[in-house]
Write a protein of this length. Sequence first.
Length: 437
Amino acid sequence: MTDWTPRIDAVFALGALGDHAVFFTRDDQVQEYTLFGDTDHAKGRPVPLSTRWPNLPTPFSARIDAAALDTDPYVWVFSGDQVVRYDFVKDAPDANGVTSIADSFPNLPDPYRGGIDAALRGPDTHLLYLFSGGRCALYDTRSMKVQGEDTVAATFPGLADHGPDFTTGVHAALDSADGRRYLFKVPNYIRLDAPVTAAPNTIAAAWAGLPSTFGGAGPVIDAVNSYTMTDDDGRDGYLFFSGVRCLYFGRKDHRLYDGYPRLIADELPGLPEEFRSDIDASYFDLEPGPVATVILMKQDAFVEYDYLGKAVRRQGKLADLTDDVFQWLHGLPSPFDQGIDAIGNATIDFETYAFRGDTVYNTKTDSISKTTDAFPGLPDEFRSGIDAAVWDDCDDSNPDRLWLFSGSLMLSYDLVNKRVLDGWPRPVLDLFAFPTS
């Protein structure tokens, strides 16, 4: 995802998936979120809608404009003038398939038939609020008739007094599994009580770890490496890749260096265009010379970059990696030669771990295993995939630790004693103050 403008297209809940699962969408991306009281958090990182639900038909796989829970697990999903009643658990539409809004919602007036801004389950499961600009229709899906149509302000008493900005239009609406209802208008949201009595709050303040691209404060981390400079600036720290940008934080104080964030293309001039955004994994190799080499990986390809010389040294396929390119990772087995999600190592004989999905490849033992077997004790949020990994060398007295990142969370893992260190996981923002714009 390379557009950093905060936006939410739709939000919907799926109680059938448990853990109060909520999904935020924008463009062709979806971010899963666990809405569970004091432990609310983003689950993993944004992924394409077509990856999360491979059978989701077009145009919904490219963009969801609005969505509202019907009879769980069915969800009404709108895109343009099209609608589908979709079972997101089975990844399948109902028997009617994709239809026009006009056909599925007869008697619905303009402009609703041309597109829906937001949708929200009404007082009963067969009632549905449909939003278009500053107006709202209450539709009965059982009788196939409009029960009422008025301004948003008139439909929701108290909203004009406490959240007047929401009366002119909303970006998304949510009826959560625990009965709480919300309206979203980035950068804010409001609790939709009857009547509305509370003022809006910022999404960033209340929705822990939601990525900044969805209006939250949480970072989207594609890759990170431990980056030691050997030129005159003497910088030493961690270089994060996020969309089209990179951010350089100090190793000990974790402060963001001046001039960051900046475009990857400006940090590493001359990169092939495909490596200027959405990096999968990164590794920094400080060689004798001095030579500072950055290795970037994306899908089944890599590029080796000379940081000091500001030039590409070579590029190719992961399957062709040799020890003269990357002494700690070469001869990759299948399917790791087709793509790596994260890569990291520590000082135990420079044991290197390459992560892909819920598996990990250990270069020292030349073995593939489940991540949960190689890293016992991982919390649930880290078991299905690792977004980024890097050597945690903040504590010189215990160098054999690895930072693992998943969504808005990170943890420090003790590779010697095979355990998550006390006090982890923690929000990434506790250590690294990612800007939101």
